[in-house]
Design a protein around this ligand. Structure first.
Ligand SMILES: Cc1cc2nc3c(=O)[nH]c(=O)nc-3n(C[C@H](O)[C@H](O)[C@H](O)COP(=O)(O)O)c2cc1C
Length: 165
């Protein structure tokens, strides 16, 4: 029996995932989106992938600049997640008016104060249904493990709770 989009989404809603903002810049044009479809690919060499909707503003910017950052959000940055998901009515460069955005190695904007930052060069892209899978070579990493992680699950933001031993 074919799986309907609704059924697929019902399953994926049960995947508790860390929340990131994926950001890029080309010729002074910045674009970014909130994304949970982020995955570690390889440690040697360090590579990760992100799945970005073809219609997202950041999609052509990533293709053109051939670089992007993945900014893993902390719990206190939940409003940034809404902002970069377009839920507060901001688009394009406007989204970057909140937070301190700097450059590391590739030239992609990276969020100072994120829980982790991965600064990537685009090595490959693959069209997959409505999305593009961007494979990135990780050129720089920043971490701040003291910050609480922000998680998305069943359409709500949440925190991570430790299981008792
Ligand atoms: C928690 C959360 C996770 C999301 N994950 C993704 C994702 O992995 N890939 C994606 O393309 N869009 C994802 N979205 C949707 C985009 O953030 C949203 O559609 C954004 O507005 C796209 O940018 P645009 O306004 O430039 O099209 C997610 C949204 C939320 C709230």
């Amino acid at each position: 029996m074919p799986v309907t989009p609704e059924r697929f989404i019902a399953g994926m809603r049960l995947h508790a995932a860390g929340v990131t903002v994926v950001a890029s810049e080309f010729e002074g044009r910045r674009a970014g989106l909130t994304a949970t479809a982020v995955c570690s690919v390889s440690a040697e060499p360090p590579q990760l992938l992100v799945c970005v909707h073809r219609a997202a503003e950041a999609n052509p910017i990533i293709r053109a600049s051939r670089c992007f950052s993945v900014n893993l959000l902390a719990a206190h940055q939940r409003r940034l997640a809404d902002r970069f998901a377009g839920r507060l009515g901001h688009g394009g460069a406007e989204r970057f008016a909140e937070g301190r955005w700097v450059r590391l190695v590739t030239g992609a904007p990276v969020l100072e104060g994120a829980r982790a930052v991965f600064d990537c060069i685009l090595v490959e892209s693959l069209e997959a249904g409505t999305h593009t899978i961007f494979l990135g070579s990780v050129e720089a990493v920043l971490t701040d493990p003291a910050l609480e992680p922000l998680v998305y699950h069943e359409g709500e933001y949440g925190l991570v709770a430790q299981l008792p031993l």
